[in-house]
Design a binder for this molecule. Structure first.
Ligand code: IMP
Length: 418
């Protein structure tokens, strides 16, 4: 691909299959960058039949020679990062010499995890269904201007002083408000300071590194986590994650100005899924919903929870195209629709009596022939081609990539993608 600064964004509630596409597009880039979220993400990659699940480390890591950058917009759980590094190293992937962690990454500490769980419990049946990894409380500390950043590890005395202050604050909430166990200083040091020597060689200035890539003409890929409808501002609030997941977050989350982005690819499944609670207008509670979950193996990569399934929601997708200035779409898991008699597309919403959006559907004919593993557009059944064409016409952008299976090779690259 000739484009230099490429962005990959999930268009719904995450789990669109971004990991595979990032991995595929990484062939041509010098670096892959994460700019928001944390280890709440779960990217499953299958290369030559071998499955790897990544939560924090950019999917580019499986390509030797590609650097993996974690921008300041990412909340960092140090023990989880180190665990992921160790797991990759066990399989023979070199990681440390290719990782760059922004000194300004906010840290996820044990009290954030404890708070995440307490907040969810207290919400009862109003719970968000978070991943329980401390993401929301860590971002709260960031915007509250009291959080720790990676650079704080470099001054041991100051770090201990800051943690003591934070423990006073958070343990008050944990013990007095949530009637939970407090978190100890020892736990916090074990989750931060214990790793300082291992982390030092990976810490650095992501902004300057990206500016150097740009000046030298090297290609860089920006890897979104979660999906646009989980965006803290544009998503289905409050059933969202605590960061901006849309393309606008790139500038803030790693220091690349908006004019430097060349191509923004939105990843959508051929149907829609959601983990956790919250509105999902096209959700199917019937046999077709169960069929999609079963054939699509719809279980969360991070929490193992079953995903809710429904028809593709183009009313939402049109807004997502707009808010991200998407250049094109990539459709994943087309093969999961194989064998369905007809396929629903939500093309609009009508408000029901309670003022809730009720989907307006168009039903298109399905296909019997298997699409699994196909690598050329012309080989697709005509009804599958018509399904893609209808999506393009409603969304106003081309479908440049179609994924027909989990492996890198099971992909159709359209000519619109140069
Ligand atoms: P949190 O990000 O752990 O606070 O969770 C908030 C919401 O975002 C929950 O509904 C999670 O299930 C959802 N979520 C967070 N990360 C992902 C992801 O990578 N894929 C899908 N859903 C996610």
């Amino acid at each position: 691909m000739s484009k230099k600064n490429v962005v990959v964004i999930g268009t719904h509630w995450g789990d669109e299959g971004k990991g595979k596409i990032v991995d595929l597009l990484t062939e041509d880039v010098a670096a892959v960058v994460r700019f928001q979220g944390g280890h709440n993400a779960g990217h499953t990659l299958v290369v030559e039949g071998k499955k790897t699940v990544l939560h924090l480390i950019p999917s580019g890591i499986l390509h030797p020679g590609v650097r993996c950058l974690i921008g300041n917009g990412v909340v960092l759980s140090i023990p989880d990062l180190m665990k992921e590094i160790a797991e990759l190293e066990e399989t023979g992937v070199s990681v440390r010499d290719r990782m760059l962690l922004s000194l300004d990454c906010p840290l996820i500490m044990p009290y954030h995890v404890a708070l995440d769980r307490c907040v969810e419990l207290r919400r009862g049946n109003q719970k968000i269904g978070t991943t329980g990894r401390g993401i929301g409380p860590a971002y709260e500390d960031k915007v509250g201007r009291r959080g720790l950043r990676l650079r704080d590890l470099l001054d041991r005395e100051q770090l201990i002083y800051k943690i003591e202050g934070l423990l006073e604050y958070h343990n008050f909430m944990l013990e007095q408000y949530y009637e939970a166990e407090p978190v100890s200083l020892a736990e916090c040091l074990a989750a931060s300071l214990d790793y300082v020597e291992a982390l030092k060689p990976m810490m650095g200035d992501v902004l300057t590194t990206l500016a150097d890539y740009r000046r030298s003409g090297a290609a860089v890929l920006f890897e979104g986590a979660q999906g646009a409808l989980l965006d803290i501002d544009h998503g289905t609030y409050p059933f969202v994650t605590s960061s901006n997941t849309t393309a606008g977050a790139i500038s803030a989350g790693c220091g690349v100005g908006p004019l430097y982005l060349d191509y923004i690819l939105g990843i959508t499944k051929a149907y829609t899924t959601r983990v956790g609670e919250g509105p999902f207008p096209t959700e199917l509670h019937d046999e077709t919903g169960r069929h999609l979950a079963e054939v699509g193996h719809e279980f969360g990569a991070t929490t193992g929870r079953p995903r809710r399934c429904g028809w593709l929601d183009l009313a939402a997708l049109r807004r997502v195209v707009e808010m991200n200035s998407l250049s094109a779409l990539c459709m994943t898991k087309l093969d999961v629709l194989d064998g369905l008699k007809e396929i629903g597309l939500c093309v609009d919403y009508e408000m029901d009596e309670q003022g809730r959006p009720a989907p307006v559907y168009e039903f298109l004919p399905g296909w019997d022939e298997p699409t699994a593993g196909l690598q050329s557009f012309d080989a697709l059944p005509l009804t599958a081609q018509a399904y893609l064409a209808r999506i393009e016409s409603i969304c106003g952008v081309p479908v440049d990539i179609v994924s027909t299976g989990p492996d890198r090779a099971e992909t159709i690259l359209r000519s619109s993608l140069d």
